[in-house]
Design a protein around this ligand. Structure first.
Ligand SMILES: *[C@@H]1O[C@H](CO)[C@@H](O)[C@H](O)[C@H]1NC(C)=O
Ligand SMILES: *[C@@H]1O[C@H](CO)[C@@H](O)[C@H](O)[C@H]1NC(C)=O
Ligand SMILES: *[C@@H]1O[C@H](CO)[C@@H](O)[C@H](O)[C@H]1NC(C)=O
Ligand SMILES: [Ca+2]
Ligand SMILES: [Ca+2]
Length: 400
């Protein structure tokens, strides 16, 4: 608005002096901060309550200025001191949640308001440790897993930028049996495993970011369970097998129970028992399931086939689930001695002996009579071994 040209300049001047009005248009203030043309960077670790910047504005009329911020979200995060234009942070920033804002600031000279938008970029700091995904980590592998086999992948991510978000893996402490690829988290077997020695491993994986100044790390457990495979032959227990049996023990008498066990302890298989050799005349029977060796016939030590005893070869065979025999077997020998019992009365070599003597025979006359007595039993039933020849006869010369 311009002053009206009045009839009297004096009147005009007076009017101007009184009203303070030069008749000029008010010029609105304007922001002078350069960030309005680019962006304003605020680090995400800026403490709440600290000043993040100061708004600067010029007013050609040198009017007193009032600064402000508009918008619901912007007002939650930023407060502006009206007189100075200092901008305060009102609540914590997190780049990983919200990495930029568009905030509208205002400046007013009481006659008019100017608003301008600024792009605020939230600057990253390494404030997140890596996070493991899909926990818990557990894997079952057979004990015969070859060295070099990858068995598991752990996965951790870190939302920070750059090195602070780049994850490296390690075992802590290192394992003798497993290695982890530091970049990809792939776990591999590096040494032969044996279920019979170790059934499970509990490893700790360290995922660390690579921030130069303050790396952050997270630990996770990895359980590796070793499963048994049938890699062990059975063994007989309570060896050696050596037994004495009395001859004429009744058929069915249990000589001894033999027992073999599967050395694979995870899921041990049952055993089937058989006699491989030495079972003359099938005099013994071996129960396939129980391992009970029983007498299967009449055991007469005086039978030369039996008198030396027996050396049985017995076999234990691991049975598959369907009870079929597997390849895993064990054999051993079983020595059986037959103990004599005195079952033979001395025998004359004839049921009757006759001799003719004359009535003239005098007292003391030797009868021409030959009698042999044989005892097939051993001299002492306690002594065993190959049967000896029948004892020599005694004969003739009996004195009345
Ligand atoms: C790791 O997990 C993240 C998040 O679930 C996923 O995006 C990424 O593809 C995974 N990486 C691997 C190698 O599995
Ligand atoms: C994980 O490994 C890093 C790098 O070796 C190490 O600095 C950090 O202390 C480890 N983390 C833990 C929790 O031990
Ligand atoms: C009995 O044995 C004796 C001595 O060996 C022999 O002389 C005799 O003839 C035998 N008698 C019979 C009936 O075999
Ligand atoms: Ca961050
Ligand atoms: Ca990080």
């Amino acid at each position: 608005m311009r002053c009206h040209v009045a009839t009297s300049c004096h009147v005009v001047w007076l009017f101007v002096l009184i009203s303070g009005c030069w008749g000029q248009v008010n010029r609105l203030p304007f922001f002078t901060n350069h960030f309005f043309d680019t962006y304003l960077l605020i680090s995400e670790d800026t403490p709440v309550g600290s000043s993040v910047t100061q708004l600067l504005a010029r007013d050609m009329d040198n009017d007193p200025l009032v600064f402000g911020v508009s918008g619901e979200e912007a007002s939650r995060f930023f407060a502006v001191e009206p007189d100075t234009g200092v901008v305060w942070l009102r609540q914590p920033l997190d780049r990983e949640t919200k990495s930029e804002f568009t905030v509208e600031f205002s400046v007013s000279d009481h006659q008019g308001v100017i608003t301008r938008k600024v792009n605020i970029q939230v600057g990253d700091v390494n404030d997140n440790a890596p996070t493991f995904h899909n926990q818990p980590y557990s894997v079952r592998i057979p004990e015969n897993t070859p060295v070099g086999t990858p068995i598991f992948i752990v996965n951790a991510t870190d939302p920070d930028l750059g090195a602070g978000g780049s994850v490296l893996y390690s075992f802590q402490p290192p394992s003798q049996f497993f290695a982890i690829d530091s970049a990809r988290g792939i776990v591999t077997v590096i040494r032969e495993l044996d279920y019979e020695t170790t059934q499970a491993y509990q490893l700790t994986v360290n995922a660390t970011d690579q921030d130069k100044t303050r790396p952050l790390s997270t630990l996770a457990n990895l359980a590796i369970i070793i499963t048994d495979v049938q890699d062990m032959d059975p063994i007989f227990i309570n060896l050696p097998y050596s037994t004495n049996i009395y001859e004429h023990s009744p058929p069915g008498t249990t000589v001894r129970i033999i027992t073999a066990i599967d050395q694979d302890k995870g899921r041990p298989r049952g055993i089937g028992y058989t006699i491989v050799s030495g079972n003359t005349n099938s005099i013994f029977a071996l129960d396939y399931i129980s391992g009970a060796l029983t007498l299967n016939g009449l055991l007469d030590r005086e039978n030369p086939l039996y008198s030396h005893g027996f050396i049985l070869t017995v076999k234990g065979t691991e049975l598959n689930d369907d009870r079929t025999p597997s390849d895993a077997t064990v054999t051993t020998t079983f020595n059986i001695l037959v103990i004599d019992i005195n079952d033979n009365a001395p025998e004359f070599n004839s049921s009757e002996y006759s001799v003719a003597i004359t009535e003239l025979a005098q007292v003391g006359f030797a009868l021409p009579l030959f009698i042999q007595v044989v005892d097939k039993d051993e001299v002492s039933p306690q002594i065993h071994g190959p049967s000896r020849p029948a004892p020599p006869c005694f004969g003739g010369d009996p004195r009345p």
